[in-house]
Design a binder for this molecule. Sequence first.
Ligand code: GLA
Length: 387
Amino acid sequence: MNLENLIRDFSEVFKTDEGIHVFFAPGRVNLIGEHTDYNGGHVFPCAINFGTYAIARKREDSKVKVISKNFEELGVIEFNINDLVYREEDNWANYPKGIIKTFKDARYNIDSGLEILFFGNIPNGAGLSSSASIELATSIALKSLFNLNLLMIEMVELSQKSENQFNGVKCGIMDQFACGMGRKDHAILLDTNKMRYEYVPIKLDGISIVIANTNKHRDLMDSKYNERRSECENALRALQEKLEIFSLGDLSEEEFEENKHLIKNEIERKRAKHAVYENQRTIKAVRALTEGDIEKFGRLMNESHISLRDDYEVTGIELDTLVEAAWRNGAIGSRMTGAGFGGCTVSLVRNDEIESFIEKIGEEYERRIGYKADFYIVSIGDGARRI
Ligand code: GLA
C-alpha cells in the first residue's frame, strides 16, 4: 500500500488535495474469548497491522461524498449531513454515514460536509473487523477535521452504538475497542462487564500470528449472530430464577455445573456453557501467557475452538478444516476468531515452520473444500490514529 497513490486517487476523484488529512484504523484479531463480550465476559483481542486508510477533507457545503477503493464499482456515494438515514443502496457507505449521524445525535458539532476516500488492506467481511475499522477511521477523521473534544474510548462507544442502532448489527464492544484502543505489541484483556482493561505485552519469541481466511461467503451471518445472543439471554433468564447474577460472565464453571439444570432448553444450556467456560478460559489463558507458558496458552486456544464447534456451533466445515489441519501440522494453538460461520482462524506458529505450515494447510483446505484459503502473517499494531 502506497499512501502517495491513495492521495493521488483522492485528487483524481475529488479534483483537489487541498486540506486533506490521512487516517488509519486497524482491523483486529481476537486471540481468545469468543462470544463472551455480550455475555459480560472477558475478551483478549489485539489490533493488527492491516486495516483501513481514510483520506479526508472538509467541504464548504453540507454534502458528504465517499468512495472506497474496495468497492470501486460502486463509485462515489453521496449524502447530506442533514439527511442521514440508512439506505440499502448506499451499501458500505452506511457505516461512515452511521458514524456521522451518531456523532451528531450525541451533539458533536459537525457543521459541514466532507469527502473521504477509503482503502482497506484487510479482507472485507472476513472476521477481522473491516467494519469496525471503517467506523473508527471515520470517527478519528471527524474528531480531527471538526476539532471535536472526544476521547478514544468515547469514539469506541459511539462506533458500537452506530453499528447497533444504525446498521442493525447487535455486536458487542470488542471489535471497536480493539480497533480504537489497540497498542503495538500488546493484546488487551477487556472485562466487558466492568469495562476495565489491561494491556498485556505479547512477546512471541520466534513465533508468529498466522491468520487463515476461509474465503467462505457468509450469508445470514447477522441473523445467526443475533440468534446466539438471544439464546444466551434466555439461558441467563432461566438461571436468574434462582441466582442473583447479571450476566453469564458472573459464573464460575462450578457454579454453572451446579445450576445448569435450571436451563431447560438443551441448546440454550450448551450456549451458556460455552459463554461461562470461555470466559474462565480467557482468564486462565492470559495468566499462562504472563507466566511465559505459551504451550498452555495454545492448548486453551484449541479448547476454545472445540467449545465454539460443539457447544456454540458457530464454526462449520471450512473453519474446522483449517483449525484441525493446523493442530496436525505443528501449530502451538489454533482456533476460529471473530463471529465465526466462515471468516478466519488464528494460529500461533513457529517462524521456521511457517512456510511448510501454510503449504500443507493450504493444500488440504483446497482439496477438501474446493477453493483456496488465504494466509496472512500479522503483527500487533496501534489503534486508530492520524498519520
Ligand atoms: C463479532 C462481534 C463482536 C464479538 C465477536 C465474537 O466480531 O462484533 O462483538 O461478539 O463477534 O466474539
